[in-house]
Design a protein around this ligand. Structure first.
Ligand SMILES: Nc1ncnc2c1ncn2[C@@H]1O[C@H](COP(=O)(O)OP(=O)(O)O)[C@@H](O)[C@H]1O
Ligand SMILES: [Mg+2]
Length: 630
């Protein structure tokens, strides 16, 4: 809702700002986007590139493969601009001929008809060239954008989890949407507009000089004035527009917050305070909006009228030149025509600069991700053993950020088929231990071995194939339930998938769904309950034949009855695997071979259930309810 309002305003602001004889986008090559296009991008500058030249070079490297087509684009562009300019110039002899009373009327009509055909040919050439140029350029730019998107996505797949810790999903998404989109926009629109703007400018200037030097001087003298005026109004309206966007964001944010928190507002009787606060924000928005819309709106009239002054001056002096200076009427007609359009390419160029700069800034952000260092490649000596599941940690210390140790001197071992449990408060480091096993992060000191081999000597994908995980935050992909479970092992048969679902106690609820195993899951399983999603994740792990299993609060979102059911299935699942289980409910970990009580990254107690109760330490307190897990 907020987004749409913003887009509307943006579109509105932009139409207002561009609806002038100077500030429009109607030059050859600079096409307006149709409905559903990208309105108002120009006003939406997002930063400045740090290394514009390098970034341009890198964007252009994506165009290399389209060299031939680009040559054609430039040819078409020159043809387009040249033909349309020639067409304009032809008016001169035509008008002069018509106004020449020494020639017979019949001859003049014949000439006119001949010239009309030439004119038609010129404009047809221009149209066809524009058509080809646009078609080719869109092909080129979208091809480049596709490759950029592909490279970016491929890179994301190779980045270590550390990268994702430091970048929110929204941020990464906006690289793919806004930034890549802006690059495309720059390639297929701004670039062409800039080239054609420059060509038009040079062409027009030449034509004007050829037509009349003195009149050209008058026009050129006016240009700086126009530029100052345009820039002044544009920068002011941009300032107001920015302020308006901020104010709009504040209003929308406040509405959203109040609506979402309506219960709390009512409970604490904050209605009136909310209204006052909203009134303040609303008033601020009104003021900013008046400024933005006003300056957006007066731009057109001011520019139009200033242009008319120069236009009239040129026409007046040109008229005098015709009468007394031997200047021809046809020359005057086309000159006035040029003069009235002259500021357009200049404005177009200055407008594109903003778009290009912000697109380059986006491109820089995209390339920055592409340049992130990927997960370290496997050592050449890395092996791919058949893993039984004998896991040992020896004096392992680790921190996510340098200088901030999370795990301190952790040592433990698990023989194949054993079940090791971790208990401890939130933030104690339980999940971190399991992250290290699958090398989501690499340790700083100590050793982690599987079957006696240090894990960084095992090929990473082999290591990960041998570890199945059920995490607290479940994740499902778009597709059917069957496909989602099969994610655990791609070559599993349907029967095996169903068996796995039965093991995870998921079969019952799946069968109650309308399409059973063929039910489609959309948007990360929004159509399922959190508990059901977790059951599917467990089924996925059950399907995998990995000898090592990690259950990180896997049953925290299901009710106690379901949990007991799953546990029965899980006993089955865990029977011949080395299992690391993290659970909030202590009943789940009772039968573990060893229970580690973690606190602040250290193992403060260890032993089986009976040992730990006998120790009468932290576990005892937790178990007997003298202390709560926080
Ligand atoms: N990706 C991460 N980056 C930085 N710090 C993290 C990250 N994940 C966890 N931590 C920190 O490490 C500590 C242990 O977290 P974690 O292992 O998730 O605890 P637990 O699973 O026992 O609740 C916490 O202080 C947490 O803030
Ligand atoms: Mg955790």
């Amino acid at each position: 809702m907020a987004g749409r309002t913003l887009e509307n305003l943006r579109a509105r602001y932009n139409t207002a700002a561009q609806d002038t004889p100077f500030g429009n986008n109607r030059g050859p090559g600079a096409r307006m986007r149709g409905p559903g296009g990208r309105p108002g991008r120009g006003a939406q500058a997002t930063g400045r590139p740090k290394d514009a030249r390098g970034t341009i070079a890198r964007v252009f490297s994506y165009l290399k493969r389209y060299k031939l087509r680009l040559v054609f684009v430039v040819i078409c562009l020159l043809l387009n601009t040249g033909a349309s300019m020639a067409g304009g110039y032809l008016l001169r002899p035509i008008l002069n001929h018509i106004a020449d009373f020494d020639i017979s009327a019949a001859e003049r009509v014949a000439y006119l008809l001949r010239m009309l055909i030439v004119l038609a040919a010129a404009y047809m050439t221009s149209v066809v060239a524009a058509f080809l140029q646009y078609r080719l350029m869109v092909e080129v730019s979208q091809g480049a954008v596709e490759r950029i998107r592909r490279d970016l996505f491929a890179k994301l797949q190779k980045l270590p989890l550390k990268f994702f810790d430091g970048h929110s999903n929204g941020e990464i998404m906006s690289r793919f949407t806004n930034d890549v989109d802006n690059i495309g926009m720059m390639l297929d629109n701004s670039m062409v507009a800039m080239i054609s703007g420059s060509v038009t400018l040079i062409g027009m200037l030449t034509m004007m000089l050829i037509t009349n030097i003195w009149l050209t001087l008058i026009t050129v003298v006016f240009i700086p004035l126009f530029m100052r005026l345009t820039m002044g109004i544009m920068s002011r309206s941009r300032r107001y527009f920015k302020a308006q966007q901020a104010a709009l964001g504040a209003v929308n944010g406040y509405i959203e917050e109040t609506v979402a928190g309506q219960k709390v507002v009512k409970v604490f009787g904050r209605e009136e305070i909310c209204e006052t606060e909203f009134g303040r924000l609303n008033d601020d928005l009104r003021q900013k909006q008046i400024g933005a819309l006003f300056f957006g709106g007066i731009m057109g009239p001011i520019m139009g009228n200033t242009a008319k002054v120069s236009y009239s001056l040129t026409a007046g002096i040109g008229g005098l030149l015709c009468l007394f200076g031997g200047f021809d009427v046809g020359g005057l007609a086309i000159f006035v025509n040029y003069a009235s359009q002259f500021a357009r390419p200049i404005n177009e160029l200055s407008q594109q600069v903003n778009t290009v700069l912000s697109a380059l800034a986006g491109a820089e952000r995209v390339f920055q991700i592409m340049d992130e260092s990927p997960e370290e490649p496997d050592k050449p000596t890395a092996v791919a053993p058949v893993i039984r599941g004998d896991v040992a940690l020896e004096d392992v210390s680790f921190g996510y950020e340098p200088g901030k140790t999370i795990l301190k001197h952790i040592s433990l071992y698990a023989h194949p088929g054993q079940k090791i449990a971790f208990v401890g408060s939130t933030g104690a480091g339980k999940t971190t231990v399991t992250n290290l096993l699958s090398r989501f992060y690499d340790i700083e000191s100590g050793r982690i071995t599987i079957d006696g081999i240090e894990i960084h000597n095992i090929k990473r994908d082999v290591l990960r194939q041998n570890i199945a995980m059920v995490l607290q935050d479940t994740h499902l992909f778009t597709g059917t339930i069957l496909e989602n479970i099969r994610y655990g092992r791609l070559d599993a048969t349907d029967e095996e998938v169903i068996q796995a679902a039965k093991t995870a106690s998921a079969h019952g609820f799946i069968m109650r769904l309308a399409d059973g195993y063929n039910t489609r899951i959309d948007g990360d399983g929004a159509n399922l309950s959190q508990g059901q999603r977790q059951l599917l994740n467990i089924a996925r792990a059950a399907l995998s034949k990995a000898p090592i299993l990690i259950l990180d609060e896997a049953t925290s979102s299901v009710d106690t009855r379901t949990e007991r059911m799953i546990e029965r299935g899980m006993d089955h699942l865990m029977a011949d695997r080395t299992t690391f289980v993290i659970a909030h409910r202590l009943s789940t970990v009772r039968n573990a071979n060893a229970i580690m009580v973690l606190e602040n990254g250290e193992i403060i107690e260890r032993g089986d259930h009976d040992d730990l109760l006998a120790q009468k330490g932290r576990y005892y307190e937790l178990y007997t309810g003298k202390r709560e897990l926080s």
